[in-house]
Ligand binder design. Sequence first.
Ligand code: AMP
Length: 285
Amino acid sequence: MLILREVSWLRAFTEDSHDKGHRLALVPTMGALHEGHMSLVTLARQVAQRVVVSIFVNPTQFAAHEDLSRYPRDEGGDIEKLKACGADAVFLPDVHTMYPPSFQTRIEPGALAHHLCGASRPGHFSGVCTVVAMLLRMSRCDAAVFGEKDFQQLQVIRRMVQDLYLDVKIIPAPIARDNDGLAKSSRNQNLSPQERAQAPKLNAALHAIAQAIGEGERQVHRALNAGRAVLAQASLASIDYLALAHANVLTPLDEGAVIDDPNTLRIFGAVRFPNARLIDNIPAV
Ligand code: AMP
């Protein structure tokens, strides 16, 4: 597996792939890789003959008070995992490679980025769009894989790719979970054993909302209350948001609203533990 630290090395790899008639798929990550990331690599392999994984903890998507400094990092372990799962190359730029002193451009996404995580983390999706656009153009990949775990990110990136004619196929990957339902996440490492025991309540809360809707509940606040009751059992977590939103629009339904067609809805949740903010989402039906 090639270890590429410079943009020129990545470009040479892309050129070689294209010269040989190979399609190239990119899997952008922030490292501390787990089975969720590996499932993205497996999916990438199904659509392309060459797979490159990028690992870059992007500072522009973290606000000053957020967890950039305690974001887990494990370059050696990540390289071993990527070798084992058959990635062809890993792109490991440092922060000065991505953001030289002369850098001054940002991409500003629109309404899709304003609610849910965008409301709790102003500027986050601008940082994500900027770095993803750079990675797509640096690699000139034919396809890029993004996990549905970050569903809002996936939709914001799809919009950006269409709006800016970025000429890449965006491929969604299903959420990989632990056996107790907790979505796999690099941030799960930052949970204490007690917090880890409570963390699956987030997924359980989303399912409680889906169950209420399945049983015919159409009042948004009553459906969400079913989830809040479950999260009340996670005493170490505070709720950032619980919301029902149209999957393609992402504007949360008002608490006082009535659900019209649950088939178009997804259920979104985010909770904060002292050292980790966790997110999850499922279809409403
Ligand atoms: P991250 O390293 O957390 O920025 O994630 C890199 C990519 O992996 C993103 O497209 C995420 O949506 C995806 N991802 C992270 N965790 C999971 C998971 N549990 N299941 C599926 N995809 C995931």
